[in-house]
Design a protein around this ligand. Structure first.
Ligand code: ZN
Length: 146
């Protein structure tokens, strides 16, 4: 936990913010092996993915809040409502931009998909066998990977 078992690999991974999802599968092997062997890098990877996901969530909440503000201002139409509406729309646009940047620049969407897959598999495993058998083959392959 205290230090990386292979500082050279660890440094490369740190430069990528511990994101190897963009690598070709044949290049990924060594780094995946390092994540298995190195607790330090594994915990760093989890921290970085948690940051990415919380950024996305924050940007979504912020965009929603600005949109709500716009709706409230529009509905009650106070004095200077045009300026306030413009401010709310600018806030929304900024939040949407941040959301987009985070979604494009980080593997946060993939992390969310992974969590969703894990949840779906969990549900699948709890289904009674007779219902599980009725699921389309393709869907079952995606959930269980077998
Ligand atoms: Zn390491």
């Amino acid at each position: 936990m205290s230090a990386c078992v292979d500082p050279v690999v660890g440094k490369i991974l740190a430069g990528w913010r511990y994101d190897i999802s963009g690598l070709a599968p044949e290049m990924r092997g060594d780094y995946e092996a390092h994540f298995v062997a190195c607790e330090f890098c594994r915990s760093r990877q989890q921290i970085h993915r948690a940051i990415d996901v919380s950024l996305i969530v924050l940007a979504s909440v912020s965009a929603g809040a600005f949109l709500l503000a716009f709706g409230v201002i529009h509905h009650f139409a106070p004095r200077h409502s045009l300026i306030l509406e413009l401010a709310a729309l600018c806030g929304f646009a900024l939040s949407a931009l941040i959301w987009l940047v985070v979604a494009v620049a980080t593997p946060a969407p993939m992390a969310v998909v992974d969590v969703a897959k894990l949840g779906a598999r969990h549900v699948h495993d709890r289904l009674p066998p007779e219902i599980r058998e009725r699921l389309p083959e393709e869907l079952r392959m995606k959930l269980t990977g077998s």
